[in-house]
Design a protein around this ligand. Structure first.
Ligand code: FEO
Length: 172
């Protein structure tokens, strides 16, 4: 049986992961509206990955005898003034998510909950990758996004992203 506090934190994180998916779909809506279908596609896939993260956490709780409960998912309310804004917001959001995962990890560490630490190892690595991806997007946009050709090429590059289910993660 999991410690009550750990179970609560992971249950809350499920909501945050679904929110992340909702947020990234909102980014996709913005880019679709701007005619940048490659950017929209990239964030649609990101949203699917976020759902996978939520489902992995849900499964972990269920497999440990915890009754999962759902809260309302917040409305994405970011206002974008330019094409770089979602990319920068995405980078900030991933840093925030990393801090949340680190917080759960640190609680698990202090409770000597080695099972949860092992479960979270996948997420620690994933956050490292997601922060890097988000930062790369910001940098590429700064470098190439300011003329039509560069933006076109970037849009093409992002349209090639392929969805890979996070099934290699734990507890699936
Ligand atoms: Fe589920 Fe983008 O972290």
């Amino acid at each position: 049986m999991l410690n009550e506090k750990i179970a609560k934190l992971i249950n809350e994180q499920i909501n945050k992961e679904f929110y992340s998916g909702y947020l990234y779909l909102d980014f996709a809506n913005y880019y679709a509206d701007e005619g940048l279908d490659g950017f929209a596609h990239w964030y649609e896939i990101q949203a699917m990955e976020e759902r996978d993260h939520a489902m992995m956490m849900r499964r972990y709780l269920i497999d440990n005898g915890i009754r999962v409960t759902f809260d309302a998912i917040d409305k994405p309310d970011k206002v974008f003034k330019g094409l770089s804004d979602p990319l920068e917001a995405g980078f900030e959001h991933e840093k925030y998510v990393t801090s949340l995962i680190n917080n759960i990890y640190s609680e698990a560490f202090s409770l000597k909950d080695f099972k949860t630490m092992q479960f979270l190892d996948w997420f620690i690595k994933e956050q490292g990758e997601e922060e890097k991806n988000a930062e790369d997007m910001v940098k590429k946009m700064q470098l190439f996004g300011h003329d039509a050709k560069g933006l076109y090429a970037l849009n093409q590059e992002l349209s090639a992203r392929v969805y890979t289910p996070s099934a290699s993660g734990p507890a699936m």
